[in-house]
Design a protein around this ligand. Structure first.
Ligand SMILES: C[S@@+](CC[C@H](N)C(=O)[O-])C[C@H]1O[C@@H](n2cnc3c(N)ncnc32)[C@H](O)[C@@H]1O
Length: 258
């Protein structure tokens, strides 16, 4: 099975649903609402005047939110439907973002630009078969002193939902609907890979990056899994035998030397 073709079709189909969803609320976004959350806003800090590469940017809301905060942004995503939507939003908002429709690995092979910041978030790693290569692409895309920022769903939840935790070469092949509230039951085939947290951290270290922070978070801003409770001013949480499970983790890493 050609995983890129299958996953691109799935994300093209999902994007058409997502742009009309309350989950992504494009109308409010156009009126000025940022799509960024406290975790990444605090972690990246002031991005004014910095060049920022956003990997797996979906249809660009976060990329354009960083642009609204003053960053000079480039977004990359496999889905041409998502990138077309991102370009339309960019034009509507009169911003100057650069969007590229490409597989991340192909982008990495062809890219010669270096950025101050590389950012990627919320549901990105499971689509990638090879994290060693992923981490090298990040390291090669950063200037010396540049920062990498990841905010990702914690694999703990996947494990409790019956998915593998430890890395495997063979993908999971599944028919699934999407996570927005307007999913009308339409399913698409998708191929995903499990990645343990140690695999993520080891890949970044092996690529020469210095980990500056690693955090786990009990609350998530997104209601995109079953069995979540909303806690006022905290976001969603999931209890397992009465205890909060980690729903997100975040990593900040720096390219210190070549
Ligand atoms: C869950 S979304 C990321 C969420 C994003 N933070 C948002 O705005 O909601 C995952 C994205 O990864 C993209 N993707 C999947 N495989 C990819 C690949 N090999 N190269 C680049 N992008 C890929 C999908 O097209 C999709 O837009």
């Amino acid at each position: 099975m050609n995983y890129l073709k299958v996953n691109k079709e799935a994300w093209d189909q999902r994007t058409k649903v997502h742009v009309g969803s309350k989950f992504y609320d494009v109308e409010a976004f156009i009126k000025g609402k940022s799509s960024l959350n406290k975790v990444e806003l605090e972690q990246l800090g002031d991005v004014t005047g910095k060049t920022l590469l956003h990997l797996q940017c979906h249809f660009g809301q976060d990329t354009l939110s960083w642009a609204r905060q003053g960053a000079i942004v480039t977004g990359v995503d496999l889905s041409t439907e998502a990138i077309n939507q991102a370009c339309q939003l960019n034009a509507t908002l009169g911003l100057d973002a650069n969007f590229i429709a490409k597989d991340i690995y192909q982008f990495g092979n062809e890219n010669n630009d270096e950025f101050d910041l590389v950012f990627t978030s919320y549901g990105v790693l499971c689509w990638l078969p090879d994290l060693s290569q992923w981490a090298k692409i990040i390291a090669n895309s950063l200037v010396i002193g540049g920062e990498f920022h990841l905010v990702e769903f914690h694999a703990f939840n996947d494990l409790l939902s019956g998915y593998a935790y430890f890395p495997r070469a063979e993908p999971d092949v599944e028919e699934e609907g999407t996570y927005t509230e307007n999913c009308n039951g339409e399913k698409s085939t998708m191929l995903t890979w499990p990645h343990s947290i140690s695999e993520v951290i080891s890949a970044l270290i092996a690529a020469g990056l210095t980990i500056e922070s690693f955090k786990e978070h009990a609350n998530s801003p997104y209601k995109c899994f079953d069995d979540l409770d909303y806690v006022v001013e905290q976001g969603y949480q999931m209890l397992h035998k009465g205890q909060q499970i980690p729903l997100l983790y975040s990593i900040k890493a720096r390219k210190v030397t070549l």
